[in-house]
Design a protein around this ligand. Structure first.
Ligand SMILES: Nc1ncnc2c1ncn2[C@@H]1O[C@H](COP(=O)(O)OP(=O)(O)OP(=O)(O)O)[C@@H](O)[C@H]1O
Ligand SMILES: [Mg+2]
Length: 586
């Protein structure tokens, strides 16, 4: 309750105060209704002796009270909606702080996703539900006290009976909350599976392969199976919940019935006048509904409280070091990985084992090796994205961890094998290389020329302002190789002393690849590059080549050294070269 109320207070102070006031006004209006009913009944019972005139005022009062209740009710609805959205925004900020602040390693952990999924769906609504629960409970208590006081004035016996009626409801609703939370935890993964299948079936990128392979019946059968299982579980869950709720409601209804019997007995024995009995009847109904809304409020608090414990635990994952503005890129003389070892969570064998490599200033260093040999993993380690399990990565002798925060990120430009295609215009796609600065058009054009983007972007309908996506009107999509050039432009625009290129030419045509690598040293202008490639034509010009096999460096040296050695490199090189030669020469 403290967490939620503080949150609501921070997100929408004024509407929250107004909402609480309205709730109190509603409570007062309820008690007023009972008094007006008694007034009206008395006047009606005296109609025969006094005539119509004394009835007019209570009728007007009744109309006024009813109108006021309706107005406060609708105001409350609007305010709740606004406060709810305000809280959702504040919560989004916290959730995004965590999900962008945690290390990349968390994203290898399914239990992190479980929590993230649950938080994404509960963080936005639950805190406000708790606060609404609190407001509703306070209102119910205030209204209950007001109504109770009026009722006690009629007869002291009725109130305690009515309150006892609320106890079974409170007990069962607490149990219901536990059931709800357990159900939600159990369904997190199946729900993610379902969402994933629905993305396969509706996504734009997936649409072509789904059609080309005729996948839709197969995928839909999977989707249906997951959904059916969910509905079965939901049915069982709802049955259990309804059973509990039935027991609670029934018991409390029986106690209400008993209260009404007591009232009839009071009238029969002359303990209560007819007008007072009429008003008491209204009060009893109203108190019963306040007890209901109190138990509803308490249930909302219990139920959301469990989700909020979950949420608070997630928010504790936020990094302690606050995000810092990127420091200026720091040049280096050499970057060294010294006997570096890294194992993915949940895996036995290390992906990178005991690897030492060196990248000097202005050098182009290449990593080669078969699929799964650990090249991308090593690139991520050098880019500072994974903390090593053993060994150390240093910039001029200083370990990554000892450099000022953000240094490695600011000093590195990476293009991943599966780089991101931002659904934004071409200029932004390049300028995101330096996200903290205003885009600089002259440098964007220079990066575009070095990467080959300048060959096609100016011809797009709106040049560099053309959105590179079909998601939005006026957008244009690019070919695979064109996208790769855009990613290269982004890396060059970053202007970092170390550039890491993971398969930068996989989608490039031979001429583009030739242009890229023949001008690479000029483009780098003294910066260093770590290039991963399966194309030996690209690799052979590197200053040094490291050959990875099952996570270990098994050979290193220049192209000539490695050919002399006649090991794995020479074998792979010859395999590729042979494919280009006439059959009898190979
Ligand atoms: N996120 C991950 N979680 C667990 N294991 C992983 C993960 N990513 C890669 N691996 C494993 O780590 C090993 C090295 O993978 P890595 O991606 O570094 O290979 P690679 O040399 O880049 O291969 P490729 O040439 O196919 O790009 C492989 O055995 C792979 O299965
Ligand atoms: Mg790879």
């Amino acid at each position: 309750m403290r967490f939620s109320t503080r949150l609501v207070w921070q997100s929408a102070r004024l509407p929250f105060v107004a909402l609480t006031c309205l709730q109190l006004i509603t409570a007062v209006l309820l008690a007023a209704q009972v008094i007006v009913v008694q007034w009206l009944l008395t006047a009606i019972l005296d109609l025969a002796t006094t005539g119509v005139q004394p009835v007019v005022l209570p009728i007007l009062a009744m109309a006024l009270v009813t109108a006021l209740s309706a107005v406060t009710g609708s105001l409350q609805g609007s305010l709740s909606r606004y406060v709810g959205e305000g809280v959702a925004r504040t919560m989004w900020q916290s959730v995004l702080d965590v999900s962008t602040g945690v290390g990349l390693r968390q994203f290898e952990d399914p239990s992190f996703f479980d929590r993230l999924d649950r938080v994404r769906s509960s963080a936005l609504t639950r805190p406000f539900q708790v606060t609404s629960g609190v407001i509703a409970s306070i209102g119910a208590v205030v209204a209950g006290v007001g109504l109770g006081a009026t009722l006690v004035a009629f007869s002291p016996l009725l109130l305690p009976l009515l309150l006892i009626g609320g106890i079974p409801l409170l007990l069962t609703s607490r149990q219901e909350s536990r059931l709800e939370f357990r159900f939600s935890v159990a369904q997190t993964q199946p729900l993610r599976h379902r969402t994933y299948l629905s993305i396969l079936l509706t996504g734009r990128d997936e649409a072509k392969e789904v059609r080309a392979y005729g996948l839709s019946p197969n995928l839909r059968a999977r989707f249906n199976a997951v959904y059916t299982r969910y509905l079965d579980d939901l049915r069982a869950h709802l049955r259990r919940r309804a059973g509990l709720s039935f027991v609670g409601q029934l018991t409390s209804a029986l106690i209400l019935g008993l209260t009404l019997f007591v009232m009839v007995w009071l009238i029969a024995t002359g303990g209560l006048s007819i007008a007072a009995a009429g008003a008491a009847l209204v009060a009893v109904r109203m108190i019963a509904s306040q007890v209901q809304s109190l138990s509803g409020g308490v249930q909302a608090i219990f139920e959301s409280g469990l989700f909020i414990d979950d949420l608070e635990e997630f928010l504790r994952l936020a990094p302690e070091r606050p995000a810092v503005a990127a420091p200026p890129p720091r040049p280096f003389t050499e970057v060294v990985a010294d006997r570096v070892t890294f194992t993915y969570p949940g895996r036995e064998a290390p992906a990178v084992a005991d690897v030492s490599i060196r990248i000097g200033r202005g050098e182009v260093v290449a990593l080669v090796g078969e699929n799964g040999s650990g090249k991308t993993t090593l690139a991520k380690i050098i880019a500072g994205l994974y903390p090593v399990d053993g060994g150390v990565v240093t910039w001029d002798g200083v370990a990554h961890e000892d450099l000022p925060p953000g240094t490695v990120t600011a000093g590195t430009a990476v293009i991943f094998q599966d780089f991101v295609r931002y659904a934004m215009d071409a200029r932004t796609n390049i300028a995101l290389g330096r996200p903290d600065e205003e885009p600089d058009d002259a440098r964007i054009v220079a990066a575009a020329e070095a990467s080959g983007v300048a060959a096609f972007v100016p011809d797009l309908p709106e040049g560099y302002d053309t959105p590179l996506t079909r998601l939005f009107a006026g957008g244009h999509d690019l070919s695979g190789g064109q996208w790769q050039r855009v990613a290269l432009a982004r890396a060059f625009y970053r202007d970092a002393p170390l550039v890491i290129l993971d398969e930068p030419s996989a989608a490039l045509d031979p001429r583009a690849e030739y242009d890229l690598f023949s001008s690479l040293r000029a483009t780098l202008a003294g910066r260093s590059a770590l290039v991963i490639s399966h194309r030996f034509s690209t690799v052979r010009a590197a200053d040094r080549i490291y050959v990875l096999d099952a996570g270990r460096v098994i050979e290193s040296g220049s192209h000539a050294d490695l050919m002399d050695r006649d090991g794995l490199y020479a074998e792979l090189f010859r395999l590729q070269a042979a494919a280009y030669l006439p059959r009898d020469e190979a």
